[in-house]
Design a protein around this ligand. Structure first.
Ligand code: TXA
Ligand code: MG
Length: 328
């Protein structure tokens, strides 16, 4: 039985976590599926509930700087700079791990990913349970990350102990992941803290998230197919109106995601965002809502690389399996 909890019931959730159970909780990025990071059996159950490959390591969430020393061998100077500026917030930092971090958390790597979330419910929950909490996104492996409690319910009901309903997630895309264990800091996943914000603090930052087929990915999660809805997704760079018309001839239900007025055609179902932040925040929920509506094909307006768009693009292209339309 999965308990549905209100934000006023964090004591119950903290107790479940302390006792080795699984709790889904809201963060500013996406909902996480948490377990006590120091309890191997509990962490193992996360992989079971999600159907997640065991070599894909988890992010450890903390609300207290004192816990860092238990998790990492040392906190590099550039990590301190990032923490000062962006914690609590949507930034995950990879550092060298101590023996306290079980292998099941780090996927057998010598490093561990740590993040201090900003969301009030997440932060208070972490304070109350007073253990580091390992938490991937609370979706079934391969599906879009859940940005509202209903999507966690859709994927996880009956598979975990509790779900805290904290409304919609502000950022809507998973945290930025930066690896500080190499000479040059490496951006492994773009997210809510932008590349521009990182370079302002760190100087040079390598972009390591474009996964070439032959290159071994530094972040194991980047090699898996991800964020895929049931409908086919195509990213459209230009000529939107004629692409829509062509799709309407071949498919019964066409869904469009955009931030510009790309069409006047009212036969398709349109989800329009006002700006880049909103386009990011609505991406995963729109993919899920379009599936619920039985949409056959999703046409998504392309974005550039600036600010949050870099993260949107990364998730969107993978949801589309790099299926991109551009009229030359
Ligand atoms: O916003 C987020 O980060 C959310 C919320 C719940 O905090 N969590 C999340 O976790 O997105 P997950 O497991 O879906 O994504 C974690 C990513 C994966 O791509 C994983 O491979 C990578 O971080 N990762 C974790 N530990 C790593 C490590 N030691 N080295 C390299 N990559 C790591
Ligand atoms: Mg995930």
């Amino acid at each position: 039985m999965t308990k549905l909890l209100l934000p006023s019931q964090l004591d119950i959730a903290a107790e479940i976590l302390k006792n080795g159970g699984l709790v889904a909780f809201p963060t500013e990025t996406v909902y996480g599926l948490g377990a006590n990071a120091l309890n191997e059996a509990a962490v193992h159950n996360i992989f079971k509930a999600k159907g997640r490959p065991s070599d894909n390591p988890l992010i450890v969430h903390i609300a207290d700087y004192a816990m860092l020393d238990m998790l990492v061998t040392n906190v590099p100077q550039n990590a301190k700079l990032l923490m000062d500026k962006f914690w609590p917030g949507p930034l995950t930092i990879i550092m060298n791990k101590t023996k306290n971090v079980p292998d099941v958390v780090s996927g057998g790597l010598n490093t561990v990913a740590v993040r201090m979330p900003e969301n009030k419910i997440a932060f208070e929950l972490l304070q109350k349970c007073n253990v580091p909490v390992a938490a991937p996104s609370a979706n079934t492996s391969g599906k879009p990350s859940p940005t509202a409690a209903q999507y966690v319910i859709d994927d996880m009901m009956g598979r975990i102990d509790a779900i805290i309903d904290g409304g919609s997630c502000k950022v809507g895309l998973e945290s930025t992941v930066i690896d500080l264990t190499s000479d040059v800091p490496a951006l492994l996943r773009p997210g809510g803290i932008t590349y521009e914000q990182l370079t302002e603090v760190l100087g040079e930052v390598e972009q390591k998230f474009q996964c070439n087929t032959n290159e071994q990915p530094r972040s194991p999660g980047m090699k898996y197919k991800h964020y895929a809805p049931k409908a086919k997704v195509t990213v459209v760079r230009n000529d939107f109106e004629s692409v829509i018309n062509e799709c309407l001839e071949n498919y019964a239900k066409v869904g469009v995601m955009c931030y510009n007025d790309v069409t006047k055609n009212t036969s398709c179902i349109i989800k329009k965002s006002g700006n880049a932040e909103q386009y990011a925040a609505q991406l995963f929920s729109t993919l899920r809502e379009f599936d619920k509506l039985g949409i056959d094909i999703i046409l998504a307006e392309d974005v550039d690389d600036a600010g949050i768009n870099l993260a949107t693009k990364n998730r969107l292209y993978r949801a589309a399996a790099y299926n991109i339309y551009e009229k030359s």
